[in-house]
Design a protein around this ligand. Structure first.
Ligand SMILES: [Zn+2]
Length: 480
């Protein structure tokens, strides 16, 4: 081969051979590959690390939901403890996070109970903070720059009860062995999401309205406190997508079907021989049927709110079912109603609030935010049929099952009014003394019975001596 031929061969080899020349392709050397520079695209990370908690979604007896992981997106230290909440269980706390920063423990252990109780309290607080525009809600003692936490006692003492106490700045969950059960079958009230959410609701409402827990107030004011706890449990369940989805499937999107949502504190109720939980939000009680017994009075308000929720869901589902999943519609509807109740409570009087006050504030808040008129029709109807308010919208269509549930502008032949009157100004639920004998432990606390309403309403910490004040004053004058 001449030098010229050699050069030509080299040149031929370097020419890029087009694909349609298969005969030449085998002779061509592969083109040099571009050298890759290793520069991975950065992954966006959460602004702050959160934690996984294993919790009971309802309570140990509600097996269709069981125990599942939940995500707490804020910083939680060993305890568990964060900026608002700390946990206390002698010999067990502080409970430490695992290597991944998570609080995952075996159900039935005290560590699990600490993690579960903390997580449910934290989620309840977070839900109301969302409705408060992301602004933290003070506990009753958080005045004048005080930032003291609330302390959660998952196994506070033996007893079939649970309570919130401002004096101890604490939520206390008791435990007991139900009658007829072997001593090993201990029922821990902290293991119920409903009970923990209920008591946390008392703490939050005492921060918002420090005068409302006073036993000097009308029975309806006490009823608002007790009901707020139950409503909190319902709204907290519906703020959790897996619970909302399970509920929609279980009930075929009918909230009046029997379910874990309306039945509150199921395990506790069964232990006391009550087949539908300790309370049933889907009830038909009217004010004329409950006298001055605060727990029953609370069920009237809870029942009205539950019925409004079911009405709104029927309306919103028919309006949105072609564009949204039924569980998503339920989560959004419940959140919108929770916000309405929250705003109405914030706007209600500082002392002696009545159901009609909250109902009117709900009507006004609904109109102000531009809800369809049928929202107000549902609210007016459900409070009127419970004998809480006068009926501005005729109840004829509701009572005969002719309500136009899917018509946005429906007001019957009534008007879209946002101010109604109490049904009966002489109701025992307004005028009598509060009978708190069947309420939860919070309402039984002496601090709310003997400390004067105006002192409670000012907010701030309470001391044991505040409870004994009148007796101390008496002693002082005796000893002087
Ligand atoms: Zn209560």
């Amino acid at each position: 081969m001449t030098h010229q031929q050699e050069l030509q061969t080299q040149l031929d080899a370097e020419i890029l051979v087009p694909a349609q020349w298969p005969g030449r392709a085998s002779q061509a050397a592969p083109p040099p590959l571009p050298r890759s520079v290793p520069r991975p695209v950065p992954v966006p990370v959460p602004v702050q690390p959160g934690h996984r908690f294993l919790i009971y979604k309802q309570d140990p007896s509600v097996t269709e939901l069981g125990a599942r992981l939940t995500y707490i997106p804020t910083v939680v230290l060993n305890g568990p403890m964060d900026v608002r909440v700390q946990t206390e269980l002698q010999g067990v706390t502080p409970v430490a996070r695992n290597i991944s920063g998570d609080f995952v423990f075996t159900p039935g252990t005290p560590q699990f109970d600490c993690a579960h109780t903390f997580a449910v309290v934290r989620e309840t607080i977070a839900m109301y903070e969302r409705h408060n525009g992301g602004v933290p809600i003070p506990f009753a003692w958080n005045v004048g720059g005080n930032t003291e936490r609330i302390t959660v006692f998952p196994h506070a003492a033996e007893g079939a009860n649970a309570f919130y106490t401002r004096t101890a700045k604490a939520l206390k969950f008791l435990f007991f062995t139900p009658k007829g059960q072997p001593p090993s079958n201990v029922l821990f009230t902290c293991q119920s999401l409903d009970i923990v959410a209920h008591e946390t609701g008392h703490a939050i409402l005492d921060g918002l309205k420090p005068g409302w827990l006073s036993a000097d107030a009308p029975p309806q004011t006490g009823g608002l406190h007790e009901s707020f706890g139950d409503i909190t449990a319902i709204f907290l369940a519906l703020a959790q997508p897996d619970q909302a989805d399970a509920l929609v499937s279980l009930t075929k999107a009918n909230l009046h079907d029997r379910s874990f949502l309306a039945e509150l504190a199921e395990q506790f109720g069964k232990a006391l021989g009550m087949p539908s939980g300790l309370r049933n939000a889907d009830n038909d009680l009217k004010l004329s049927e409950v006298g001055n017994e605060v727990h029953a009075i609370s069920q009237v308000f809870t029942g009205a709110v539950y019925d409004i929720l079911a009405d709104l869901y029927t309306f919103e589902l028919s309006r949105q079912q072609r564009t949204k999943d039924a569980a998503v519609v339920l989560i959004e509807t419940a959140s919108a109603l929770c916000k309405l109740v929250f705003d109405a409570i914030v706007a209600s009087p500082a002392t002696g609030a009545r159901y009609v006050d909250v109902a009117n504030k709900m009507l006004q808040a609904s109109a102000n935010r531009g809800d369809p008129a049928v929202y107000r029709t549902f609210i007016r109807n459900r409070f009127a049929v419970r004998e809480i308010t006068t009926a501005a919208t005729p109840l004829r269509d509701l009572m005969s099952g002719q309500m136009a549930m899917t018509e946005a502008a429906y007001t019957g032949d009534g008007q879209d009014v946002t101010e109604v009157e109490p049904h009966d100004e002489n109701s025992a639920s307004l005028l009598a003394s509060q009978d708190r004998s069947r309420c939860c432990g919070t309402m039984q606390m002496p601090e709310y019975q003997v400390i004067p309403e105006e002192k409670l309403a000012r907010g701030g910490s309470l001391e044991d001596d505040d409870i004994l004040r009148s007796q101390l004053d008496e002693l002082r004058s005796t000893f002087s």
